[in-house]
Each structure stands twice: as C-alpha cells, then as structure tokens.
Ligand binder design. Structure first.
Ligand code: FE2
Ligand code: FE2
Ligand code: FE2
Length: 388
C-alpha cells in the first residue's frame, strides 16, 4: 500500500506497540524467541527469505494466547504448567484473525514434546519444535544461565526436541553470538531489518490491520464488535458522500484503529456495568492518547488523524485538542458519527442496544447542539436502514 505509506514493518510495530500495553515482558520474550528461531533457520539454510519473515512474525507472536489467559504474571506457570490454554487461544487467533493462518498449527504445538504428535506437514513440526526450544532457551537466559546446556534442560524438564532441532541450535550457537546479541540488544535491529523487507500486497496488509484491531479481543470482546460496526458504518457513510476508493481505504483503516488505545484501559472501567464516575471517565479518555502513541510516526498522517480525532466535536467541546468545525475533515467527521452510531445501536456493558427511534432522536440532538456534523448526521438518518 505505497500511497498509504503502509508497510509490514510499520504494521508489526503498531501491533507490538499495542501489545506492549498489556505486557512488555511478553512482547520482549516473543522478540527473543523469534531471533533465536531466525538464527536457527539461517544455520539450516533451506528457508526462503519470505518463509523466514513469516515464521519470525509467528515466533514473535507465539505466546499471544497468554494475553487471554491472564496468567501473564506467572510466566513460568503458563509456560510450563498450564501450557495448553495459551497454545489453543494463540492457534485460534492466528487461524481466524490473522493473515498468518497457514502457520497457526505451529503455535498449537509449541509446547509439545517432539514426536508426541503427528502432522502431515513436516515443516510445521520442525518450526514448532524450533520455537519450543528457543522458548526454553530464552527462559534459561532470562533466569541468568550462562552456559546453555540443552541436555540439562531436557532432562530437568522432561522435554524432548528432535535431533535436527538440537543440531541446528548447536550450529547457530557456533556461528552467531546468540547470548551476546540478545544481551546487548543488537538482535532487535536484525529482526526488524528482516521483517522490514517483507513485501505484502494491500489485501494482506489490511488483514494485518484487522489483526491489530482484533488483538483487543483478548481483553474486551465488546470493544472489538464496536470497532467492526464502526468500520462498516464509516464505509457506508463514505460511499454515500461519494468518496473514492483511496479515501474509503483511509477511513476504513482509521476506523479499525480508532479505539486501539483501549488496549491499555483497565478492564474494570472498560466493562463497567453502569455509568462511569468523573475520575473513571478521565481514565477512559486516555485511550485517545494511547491510540496516538501507538500509531504516531507509523501510519499515514490522515489515518492517524481519523483515529485520533474521533472524540472531537464540531463546537470545540470534544477532546483531546478541542478542534472546531473548520479543522475537522469530512473523513474525520464521518468516523466520529459512525463511532456514536455504533455505540448507540450496540450492546455495551452499561446499556442495552437502543431502538432506531431512540438512536435517531439522540443523533438529531447531536446535530442541533452542534456536536457532530449535521451533514453526516442527516445522511446517516436518511439512509439509516440501509446502513444498519
Ligand atoms: Fe508458550
Ligand atoms: Fe513462550
Ligand atoms: Fe473512542
């Protein structure tokens, strides 16, 4: 997506930045595991550049399911005792919510002892085994181990890796300074460099953006359904205003990402039944700043603005920058209206979904008081049934 300045590495940075807000340690662990797997693949020599890029992304996300199990505080627990929950969640996430579905099974098996399961595709087996080993190695390094004795961990934890995986790790260790590169941080640049050169078409990049929006699902399902509804209402409104494909794409991407900052909002506030107190409201509003922080410098400026400005009001009473009518573009106004419409028509923790009459009444009021764009509201009401 050249004209939208969207690249795989930027999209990955947005995703990892968003996940950082749930738990930095887990993101860093993912990076290190991806790096070790990368070096093993290089030592192997039979992987294409594209495979290495995809597998490294998968390896970086191998524990993504742990965000759901809320056992992050007990890394050792979910990585050794209860390994299945996060493996299954991660597998389902990759399979149904990402463009990496063809590698999903690698995540499913990343804690299995080699030889315990059968898979028709040997490559998946091999990669799952490499991730398994890299994962154990990283845990050891983080626990301060200087010498990596695979025999020792295998014996102690009753783990079994394939002979090939062990040899690859050995080879990678001889060729590269794994421990040193991880300690001095240079491994990260290498990883970023590898992923940056990946070229994906527009469709795939859009799938990555969706994957980012869906990653909030690990914390709040209602937020994700709200986001999806906001995207489709925005698109319909955009079409009604005759926007071209390029503009529609920007609207769509901005809408997908508009509430990504809620990944940092405490669940007690995000899912609170009933109204928020003043203090809680202030915390809720911080999601805008987090959205900005996650996206800034990593995405087309217009897309950033669409996401960052969805709580601005025509009369300047919105937030975060109290912008006024003449500063708000049509695309930004459209997503602001779609956001409200989606909230009114959807079921939230604090309310049931409103019937059409109530929604229209509230929207009319937004127009009369000069809060949301009158033209967009008129169009939304006129085509209500079609849009919904
Ligand atoms: Fe794991
Ligand atoms: Fe792990
Ligand atoms: Fe919002």
């Amino acid at each position: 997506m050249k004209e939208l300045n969207l690249s795989t590495s930027q999209v990955m940075k947005i995703l990892l930045r968003a996940l950082d807000h749930i738990d930095v340690r887990l993101v860093d662990h993912g990076h290190r595991v991806a790096y070790i797997v990368y070096k093993m693949m290089q030592a192997d020599g039979s992987y294409s550049e594209k495979e290495m890029q995809e597998i490294c992304i998968v390896a970086a996300l191998h524990d993504i399911g742990a965000y759901k199990t809320e056992e992050i505080d007990q890394m050792v627990q979910f990585e050794s005792v209860h390994v299945f929950d996060h493996s299954i969640y991660g597998y389902l996430f990759l399979k149904h919510m990402s463009p990496l579905r063809k590698w999903a099974e690698v995540i499913l098996y990343h804690h299995f002892n080699y030889g315990m399961y059968w898979h028709p595709d040997r490559k998946h087996l091999k990669i799952a085994d490499m991730i398994h080993l890299a994962d154990r190695v990283d845990i050891m390094l983080q626990n301060g181990a200087e010498n990596l004795s695979l025999e020792a961990i295998s014996r102690k934890q009753n783990l079994r890796f394939s002979k090939t995986t062990m040899e690859l790790f050995q080879k990678a260790g001889e060729r590269y300074d794994l421990n040193g590169d991880i300690k001095n941080g240079s491994y990260l640049n290498e990883l970023v460099e590898l992923i940056s050169t990946a070229e994906y078409n527009e469709e795939t990049l859009l799938e990555y953006i969706k994957m980012i929006a869906y990653s909030i699902d690990f914390r709040s399902e209602t937020t994700v359904s709200h986001v999806i509804t906001t995207v489709s209402i925005s698109r319909e409104l955009g079409k009604l205003f005759g926007l071209n494909d390029h503009e529609l794409k920007k609207i769509q991407l901005g809408a997908y990402l508009h509430d990504i900052g809620k990944i940092a909002t405490p669940l007690a506030i995000l899912e609170k039944p009933g109204g928020l107190t003043h203090e809680e409201m202030l915390v809720m509003r911080e999601h805008i700043e987090t959205t900005g922080e996650i996206l800034r410098g990593r995405i087309h400026d217009e897309i950033l603005k669409i996401a960052y400005r969805h709580h601005e009001k025509i009369d300047g009473s919105g937030y975060p920058n109290h912008l006024k009518a003449d500063e708000l573009k049509l695309s930004e106004r459209i997503v602001a209206v779609a956001d409200m419409m989606s909230a009114l028509t959807g079921k939230r923790s604090y309310k049931e979904s409103f019937p059409k009459e109530t929604v229209i009444e509230i929207m009319e009021k937004q127009k009369e008081t000069g809060k949301l764009c009158g033209r967009v509201i008129d169009s939304a009401i006129r085509h209500y049934d079609h849009i919904m």
